[in-house]
Design a protein around this ligand. Structure first.
Ligand SMILES: [Zn+2]
Length: 164
């Protein structure tokens, strides 16, 4: 997906996540959207840095890179939510583009994609982006409002889905 698609995805996901975390629709919701949107947009832009440094869809499009962003809030108490920007970038490249990404790079060069993908220049790219984002918001609803009854609070705190 191109930069425009990744920013659209991250902005829509931030709005959706704001409502998932603070469903009231009042000031709390908008503060939450403001809180999550900057890190998510930053994280969503990050993986394509490998168009300039490294091998595109490989060097910064893999699970070890995601693990680094997941670890940051745990070890350094910063970069909360940037991991979700990285996740949503991978999801959009995986589900929304034809080529796919090398999830296990540098262990494997194999690129994984999904048959739902379109070429990044396709005029269906934006509708695919919106559909992928809607799917992500549904996943967020399940993680925040359904799963907590079944998942230990500590695990939810680690990924930022429960208050510490
Ligand atoms: Zn990408």
């Amino acid at each position: 997906m191109n930069k425009r698609g990744h920013v659209l995805n991250a902005a829509l996901l931030s709005i959706g996540l704001g409502y998932v975390l603070e469903p009231s629709g009042d000031v709390e919701t908008f503060v939450t959207i403001a809180e999550v949107s900057v890190p998510i947009v930053l994280g969503a832009l990050f993986p394509d840095v490998d168009t300039a440094f490294g091998r595109h869809r490989k060097t910064l499009h893999n699970l070890p890179v995601l693990a680094v962003f997941l670890a940051y809030p745990i070890y350094f108490s910063n970069l909360q939510w940037v991991w979700l920007g990285v996740v949503t970038h991978y999801a959009l490249d995986y589900f929304g583009s034809r080529r796919g990404i090398a999830l296990f790079y540098p262990l494997s060069d194999q690129e994984y994609g999904s048959p739902t993908g379109v070429t990044t220049s396709s005029d269906r790219a934006e509708i695919v982006t919106v559909v992928v984002t809607a799917f992500e918001v549904v996943v967020a609803i399940v993680l925040v409002h359904v799963l907590p009854q079944y998942v230990p609070t500590e695990a939810m705190q680690i990924v930022g889905l429960a208050a510490a």
